[in-house]
Design a protein around this ligand. Structure first.
Ligand code: AMP
Ligand code: GLY
Length: 447
């Protein structure tokens, strides 16, 4: 089958590898020269992924039958609607269904209106004065979010990024003055717990879960620093996480199923991968965000151990026929992103990076190229994450070791890695943190 893929990041390279393994004839559209994607493609075009006219023209030119869309920006401008109009099947949601990600306000209101569990308190504002008055009126800590897309970098959390009311009001002004994430902000109650990602494949009705993954959005070790798109992630061989019980996972999956059912009944069918980011709290999983696509880096974890045929899954998502279970290997994975120095604040781009692919393979790890550019024989960093290394093994520990061994074969003067991801210490801190919160909750309720 001729499959058009859209996007040039690590998530898309992982998807292209899975499509290629399943026998697809891949044609790629991306804005950077990703050598991993190029190598697996029959043809490619370097173009803005949001340029709907150009992408559709390329789809026609190569006779694409099915499309896979990686990033959120093309979903927001309705690329999947336009591809469908020209007869290309799409394993991605329509512009309308993608609002579950592209508008944080739509998402919160939708969850409330349909009485779906897991919502947090929130209020939305179209001017800074009302937002500031609200901040003065609430007792609890808050999170400030631009309503629209910001590439994972617009959210600021009180107590972590905003250390006083003054910081908070200054950030509110900044969002309105710069207009990041479109217009308006949403202020949410800050919830405490441990975050996890539940992704699923969806064909409009059926929801097939993927293994759980924990992503690390903070730029620096020990989960400090600014929010990023995600610095790395891990998954376990039992498809749960060390701090997530089966029942918590079932509750999260139920929330996703309820969202898909409610969308189906009320507004629009949801087709494609769907992503729920949850905070596991003593009161169960709370919704942090939904994405209308695979997570990045999480896609690299799960697609690396996917055993079912990915072309078939995409075809079934696009045609409402996802009626059989999707199989994943019982393997653990640890993914660490190599990013340009300054990523999260002021990235240094255009610096050379050296990769020894054969040695990475020998270390039992997989290399996914991301926001890099092949420039002749040189590989140059862009402003976003450069490449992901995924260690695979029977345990998280061993997968982390494989990942670290492979990272030795990536060199560059201006690159950075969060080495703590997937390490026993950090994971144990997360487990203990949740235990402590649950103990505190029990004590409160028995008093
Ligand atoms: P988002 O882009 O909405 O996923 O937010 C980025 C990060 O901010 C999340 O991964 C969380 O760590 C944090 N965050 C977002 N919303 C909340 C919330 N309501 N309570 C606590 N932390 C949050
Ligand atoms: N890993 C977070 C995201 O893809 O938005």
């Amino acid at each position: 089958m001729r499959v058009l893929t859209i996007g040039g990041g690590g998530r898309e390279h992982a998807a292209v590898e899975a499509l290629y393994r399943s026998g697809a004839e891949v044609y790629a559209v991306m804005k950077n020269m990703n050598p991993g994607i190029i190598r697996r493609s029959k043809g490619y075009k370097i173009v803005e992924e949001t340029n709907v006219g150009m992408v559709c023209a390329y789809a026609k030119e190569v006779g694409a039958e099915l499309a896979y869309i990686g990033p959120e920006a093309p979903l927001e401008v309705g690329l999947s609607d336009s591809l469908r109009e020209i007869g290309v099947l799409c394993a991605a949601p329509t512009k309308s269904a993608a609002r579950i990600e592209t508008s944080k306000l739509f998402m919160r209101e939708f969850i409330n209106e349909h009485n779906i569990a897991g919502n947090v308190d929130y209020a939305s504002f179209d001017n800074p004065e009302d937002a500031k008055r609200y901040i003065d009126s609430v007792e609890h800590e808050v999170v400030v979010k631009p309503v629209g897309l910001t590439g994972g970098k617009g959210v600021k959390v009180q107590g972590e990024h905003l250390h006083s009311v003054h910081d908070t009001t200054r950030y509110i002004d900044e969002v309105f003055n710069t207009g990041i994430g479109g217009s308006g902000i949403i202020i949410e109650e800050k919830v405490s717990g441990e975050e996890f990602t539940q992704m699923a494949f969806c064909d409009g009705k059926h929801v097939e879960p993927m293994p759980l993954v924990q992503d690390h959005k903070r730029a620096y070790e020990n989960d400090t620093g600014p929010n990023t798109g995600g610095m790395g992630s891990y998954s376990d061989s039992n498809h749960l996480l060390p701090f997530v019980e089966k029942s918590d996972r079932a509750a999260a999956l139920n929330i996703i199923k309820n969202v898909v059912n409610a969308m189906n009944k009320d507004c629009c069918q949801y087709c494609g991968p769907i992503y729920g980011q949850f905070m596991l709290t003593p009161a169960g999983p709370k919704i942090i965000e939904f994405n209308a696509r695979f997570g990045d880096p999480e896609a690299m974890n799960v697609l690396s151990i996917l055993e079912s045929d990915f072309v078939d899954i995409c075809y079934r998502m696009a045609t409402g026929t996802l009626t059989k279970a999707v199989e994943f290997g019982r393997r653990a994975s640890v993914c660490k992103y190599v990013v340009p120095e300054g990523y999260g604040t002021k990235p240094i781009s255009g610096s050379e990076i050296f990769v020894d692919e054969e040695s990475i393979k020998r270390a039992n790890a997989i290399l996914y190229y991301a926001n890099v550019n092949q420039d002749g024989r040189k590989l140059l960093t862009g402003t976003s994450r450069s490449l992901g290394i995924v260690g695979i093994a029977d345990t998280i520990d061993k997968a982390e070791e494989n990942c670290e061994n492979a990272l030795k074969f990536v060199r560059g003067d201006h690159i950075f890695v969060r080495h703590d991801i997937g390490r026993e210490n950090l994971i144990q801190n997360h487990v203990e943190h949740l235990k402590k919160l649950c103990l505190g909750q029990n004590e409160k309720s028995s008093n």
